[in-house]
Design a protein around this ligand. Structure first.
Ligand SMILES: Cc1ncc(COP(=O)(O)O)c(C=O)c1O
Length: 335
């Protein structure tokens, strides 16, 4: 099992702090989830059907014609490697830790590349390039033009460009969602998730946007009903609620800005981030992680490069706890 954020039960056991006493900043999940509607009993009882309006809501939200709902974008991360014959795959590093193991498990040769090297790759040697935009954990952004140029080079050998846009909801200007799988970008595959911006990681809703032939192979691999009926019901409501989305964007932008300021004030200026998290490279990251955890503040630690990722505090109490902990923890500027 790879390490992921949000493992509050484990942290609670490890540090002897009750679950309810933690400020969990270890994920990039919005602390204010979409207020899910009441789910009719029939939705629990009946099998989901394709024409329940979810596809229409998703097509309109993402501006994409061809998409497949999934049990989280994780389902596509695991299944896509099985849709191609074995080849060479270049994966962005550091990035979301699930990509490289999924391709390796399906027998592919995986090269992990820094962004600059990844962008130099072309279709002569590479069958697939996979990256996140914006990237997790460092928030790095790739412009649409850069990605389309990369996709164009890859297309000569029918190589894929897979862009994981799990964190693209707030700042979508670089998104390829409305082009993936369409004329001129047939080899582009985009993954989206309702886990982060909508704060609905537990519903396990994701989408793959790609050319129809890729989607039908993916659908065949995943089998019938890849997404539970209650999750479809909730996703349809969230994707169609433009007023809530606009308010959520404002709230997340403001909170992320405050978080960057708070970290900077305490000697930890972020090296990158998105509306959902801030990323700080710091030689003392391991010690700082420990000291914060001892105070019931759970953040995400990365070993290579040595860094911490901070998600957004939910409320005044959480902000105050974070601020106090940062003051006490002997951050570089305070020590
Ligand atoms: C970049 C990225 N992609 C995908 C996922 C998985 O998302 P989902 O909940 O849709 O499976 C995560 C979860 O942390 C992520 O950070």
């Amino acid at each position: 099992m790879l390490e992921h954020g949000g493992r509050l039960h484990l942290a609670s056991r490890r540090y002897g702090i009750a679950m309810s006493d933690w400020v969990d900043l270890s994920t990039g999940i919005a602390p204010w989830p979409y207020p899910v509607p009441e789910i009719p009993l029939s939705v629990w009882q009946r099998l989901p059907e394709d024409d329940d309006g979810l596809i229409d809501a998703a097509q309109s939200y993402y501006g994409a014609a061809n998409l497949l709902p999934l049990n989280g974008s994780q389902a596509a991360i695991l299944a896509l490697p099985r849709l191609r014959s074995v080849g060479t795959v270049a994966v962005l590093a550091p990035s979301y830790g699930e990509y490289a193991p999924a391709w390796r498990a399906a027998g592919h040769r995986v090269i992990e590349c820094a962004a600059e090297d990844l962008l130099q790759q072309d279709g002569d040697a590479i069958d697939v390039i996979m990256l996140a935009n914006p990237n997790n954990p460092d928030g790095r952004r790739f412009s649409r033009a850069t990605l389309l140029a990369l996709a164009w080079r890859l297309s000569e050998r029918n190589a894929w460009l897979i862009v994981d846009e799990a964190f693209a909801d707030v700042d979508g200007e670089n998104s390829l969602a409305n082009m993936a799988g369409m004329a001129g970008a047939e080899n582009v595959i985009v993954l989206r998730s309702l886990g982060k911006f909508f704060g609905l990681a537990g519903t396990r809703v994701g989408f793959c946007i790609a050319a129809p032939d890729v989607l039908s192979c993916l659908q065949e691999t995943l089998g019938p009903w890849p997404l539970a009926h209650p999750s479809r019901f909730i996703a349809k409501a969230g994707l169609g609620d433009t007023a809530w989305q606009a308010a959520q964007k404002e709230k997340l932008r403001a909170a992320s800005g405050c978080l960057a300021t708070l970290l900077t004030t305490n000697g930890l200026p972020p090296d990158g981030g998105t509306a959902l998290f801030q990323y700080v490279q710091c030689a003392a990251a391991t010690a700082l992680y420990e000291r914060l955890a001892q105070r019931g503040i759970l953040v995400r630690h990365f070993a290579e490069p040595c860094a911490l990722r901070f998600g957004l505090p939910e409320n005044e109490t959480a902000w105050a706890r974070l601020e106090n902990a940062l003051r006490q923890c002997g951050c570089p500027a305070n020590s």
